[in-house]
Design a protein around this ligand. Structure first.
Ligand code: AMP
Ligand code: MG
Length: 360
């Protein structure tokens, strides 16, 4: 019988500075996972909350620790693409071609699952999501565990995904067995998710592996409309994660689809107590409200977004105007997360122009 309550845990912090010298910590993390425990661990995308994907109780504990809805399936993390056939069936050749190009790395592929994957891991679906992470710490922990590691992002459900160990400590201390600290994640957004389990390959979540990159291998790749638009009421979610509230800070965020000048002018006209700007580097000097800069390009924006969303809460932001990223390349992934954090509240110059004086 599985237990549906999570016991308070004595969390240990394992700091990794050097793969060789701190090898015993990696081994300890792997052993905790093999024994059915929960370990928050760094990957190149975001920190993941890892457990043995084949152990229904361990996987149930992930859902309990995060407060995650149980129908939202988990990605399993393997050391090598050649292991996929142990967990997935009917694997098309193109899967291996994708792996040659993009694995190890921030790409997750959904395939029909084998029996060995418990329903707890697949959220009751007949498919399994597989990723081969690149981060050497994640890879060593998976290797030491000797099992496929189910790992959603290591945050409380609804909060921004963690990109540092301190984010994991904030959300999960006392709820997991160990937190492995290896500094900041390099990508900063969760993996690209595509499905090869349907009639045509489809991108369900954008990430650092962009549609343009994928189309070199999958010329007929579709992009699900929920990547940029809200699901219609009652519409079936091809990826259950699409249904849920995500990344939401306390503040109301409004995304402004504007160039730097328009953005700065609009925000300054709406300056009052509690207003913050989530901006790009080029906007900082002109702004008259407190601001957090995401950096200069889409790679910076991806790396900094989630920490900035947490920082807005720390600083007591009530209303936030966020500059809309480019919807091309990795910018599409930044936009996808930001628009969810904003509960799809977006204004373009035309919208505001009608209400105001013809200017943005
Ligand atoms: P996270 O665990 O927070 O990185 O989110 C994983 C995302 O992948 C969620 O949106 C899940 O709904 C989605 N996902 C995982 N497994 C599957 C699957 N078998 N079919 C469809 N979507 C999946
Ligand atoms: Mg998540």
């Amino acid at each position: 019988m599985k237990s549906q309550t999570l016991q308070r845990k004595e969390t240990v912090l394992l700091k990794i500075q050097d793969l060789q010298q701190d090898r015993h910590c990696l081994q300890q993390a792997g052993e905790i996972i093999r024994a059915g425990g929960l370990v928050a661990l760094p990957t190149e995308t975001v920190y993941g909350l890892g457990a043995n994907a084949l152990d229904p109780q361990a996987v149930t504990n992930i859902f309990l620790a995060k407060g995650r809805p149980q129908d939202n399936p988990l990605i399993i993390h393997l050391e090598d693409a050649s292991q996929a056939q142990q967990y997935a069936r009917d694997i098309p050749d193109v899967y291996y071609e994708l792996c040659r190009r993009f694995s190890p790395g921030p790409l997750t592929v959904i395939l029909p699952k084998k029996e060995i994957i418990p329903k707890e891991t697949s959220g009751g679906l007949d498919t399994v999501a597989i990723r081969i992470p690149k981060h050497p710490v994640a890879r060593e922990i998976i290797r030491f565990s000797g099992v496929p590691v189910a790992a959603p992002s290591a945050n409380l459900s609804g909060s921004p995904s963690p990109t540092t160990a301190s984010h994991c400590i904030h959300d999960l201390w006392g709820r997991v067995d160990a937190i492995v600290d290896a500094g900041e994640c390099s990508v900063g957004l969760e993996s690209t998710v595509i499905s090869l389990a349907g009639e045509r390959p489809i991108l369900l979540r954008p990430g650092a592996v962009t549609p343009q990159m994928l189309r070199e291998v999958l010329p007929d790749l579709l992009v699900h409309h929920a990547v940029t638009d809200k699901l219609e009421a009652g519409e079936r979610a091809d990826s259950p994660g699409m249904k849920y509230k995500h990344y939401a800070p306390q503040a109301q965020i409004t995304v402004l689809d504007a160039d730097s000048k328009e953005f700065v002018e609009y925000v300054n006209r709406h300056a009052h107590e509690g207003v913050f700007a989530l901006c790009f580097e080029e906007d900082v000097l002109g702004l008259k409200v407190p601001c957090l800069s995401l950096g200069k390009d889409e790679i910076d924006q991806a790396r900094n977004l989630f920490a900035a969303l947490r920082e807005l809460d720390n600083r007591g932001a009530k209303e936030v105007y966020a500059r809309c990223p480019s919807k091309e390349g990795v910018g599409l992934a930044v936009y996808n997360r930001l628009i969810r954090a904003a509960a799809y509240h977006e204004l373009s110059p035309q919208d505001t122009g009608k209400k105001e004086d013809g200017r943005f």
